[in-house]
Design a protein around this ligand. Structure first.
Ligand SMILES: [Zn+2]
Length: 405
């Protein structure tokens, strides 16, 4: 198939440095495409990023500030490239992964302000597959911010459809089952931390969540939902929204931590607090809240909801229940799985901000400690965590909740 060699192109408006998006071709009806590889190059002051594709594919390209990023969204492609490509020139690092069911996202982290000076596709030819080329040149912060604004229309090109959990009715279940929503941390383009055994946090959190789900399902007392049951990204706030849509009685976000000191091991359970219980809790909150930034989510549209939610936190009852469940979980895990000494902690974690669903965040252990990472990645470790969680959940509903009503 012969395509125009330049499908679309960013032009720099003389004097203003504003990026104009021109010659937008129609979107949709894309053939399934694979990313065969990516490359970096440098020509004079310009850094070139090339994506080798199996089919001619036109990505949506836009920029995000603070930190400086270029985001490239492709329709749901498969990644067949290697991960050993080193960033280059103006680019500090890059990540890629599934963003939604329809979107595959590549994020380039820039060393400083730099703008897309040219972006175009090259058709297959001379034994080469189709390519998409993005040229990046240094800019002032003002020009960068202008590029953020002018490329905004690209943001929703493939990502308009955010994955929604199925709508559920507002009535409590008639069969008397308690509704538990488990939230495997990270996913898709946000892999979480990579510990010493080379398995990403997002893989381990999903395994643990599935183990807890299976353990709870065996009892017949619970209806269990996962915020994700595959390798996909969710915004932080979307995670607790899923819990609210399911009318959850309890929400457990599951993570695995990392730290410089490889000797430190053990799990911990977090509750929400606007003031962290210690420096480490504060650093942890910074790490875990970063997920949206990693994924290139548009953070300059801060929803008012956040402040609303903080006000709703006056709903002490939810926090009270959350804290009581955290205590039970710490107690049930103790002795069965490695735990930190002070295992119940507080931090300002975005994922715990559902005002009406008791919520905890389980940091199941440290992936930076070899034996701890192996434990978390093992069937046995996952089962021990799942059994502890089941016992804690049983106790929570038979004692705490039952007494409170
Ligand atoms: Zn995490």
């Amino acid at each position: 198939m012969i395509q125009k060699s330049i499908i679309f192109k960013f032009l720099t408006r003389v004097g203003l440095g504003v990026l104009l998006f021109t010659a937008v071709s129609s979107v949709g009806g894309h053939a399934a495409s694979d990313v065969l590889g990516v490359r970096f190059g440098q020509i004079d002051g310009t850094t070139r990023f090339v994506i080798d594709l199996s089919e001619d594919t036109r990505p949506a390209v836009f920029q995000l500030a603070d930190p400086y990023r270029i985001v490239i969204d492709l329709p749901a492609v498969d990644w067949r490239g290697t991960d050993s490509v080193q960033p280059f020139g103006l680019v500090n690092g890059f990540r890629h992964g599934r963003f939604t069911g329809d979107t595959y996202r590549i994020v380039l982290d820039l060393k400083g302000p730099a703008i897309v000076s040219n972006a175009f596709s090259l058709p297959a030819g001379n034994g080469r597959s189709p390519r998409y080329v993005i040229d990046i040149k240094p800019s002032s912060r003002a020009d960068f911010l202008a590029a953020v604004a002018s490329s905004k229309s690209q943001r929703s090109r493939y990502t308009a459809k955010v994955e929604k959990a199925p709508a559920v009715s507002n009535s409590r279940r008639k069969d008397g089952k308690h509704i538990i929503v488990l939230d495997p941390g990270h996913g898709g383009i946000d892999p979480g931390n990579l510990g010493t055994i080379g398995v990403h946090e997002k893989v381990i959190t999903l395994k643990i969540a599935r183990a807890i789900r299976d353990e709870l399902n065996k009892t017949g007392r619970y209806e269990v939902h996962l915020t994700r049951d595959r390798d996909i990204f969710h915004k932080v706030r979307e995670r607790f929204r899923i819990a609210r849509r399911h009318n959850a009685d309890l929400f457990i976000s599951i993570h695995a931590d990392s730290i410089k000191n490889p000797r430190i091991r053990g799990g911990s359970v977090y509750n929400l607090s606007e003031t962290a219980s210690d420096k480490e809790a504060e650093r942890l909150a910074a790490r875990e809240n970063k997920s949206d930034v990693i994924a290139g989510v548009n953070l300059d549209v801060v929803e008012d909801e956040v402040s609303g939610i903080l006000i709703d936190l006056a709903q002490r009852e939810t926090m009270n229940y959350s804290a009581q469940f955290a205590e039970l979980l710490v107690r049930e895990m103790g002795g069965k799985i490695p735990m930190l000494e002070r295992a119940h902690r507080y931090a300002n974690l975005g994922v715990l901000k559902a005002p009406d669903v008791p919520s905890v965040l389980l940091e199941a252990g440290y992936l930076t400690n070899r034996s701890n990472a192996r434990f978390l990645n093992s069937k046995k470790g996952q089962l021990l965590i799942a059994q502890s969680a089941r016992r804690a959940i049983d106790r929570y509903f038979t004692t705490i909740v039952a007494q409170g009503r």
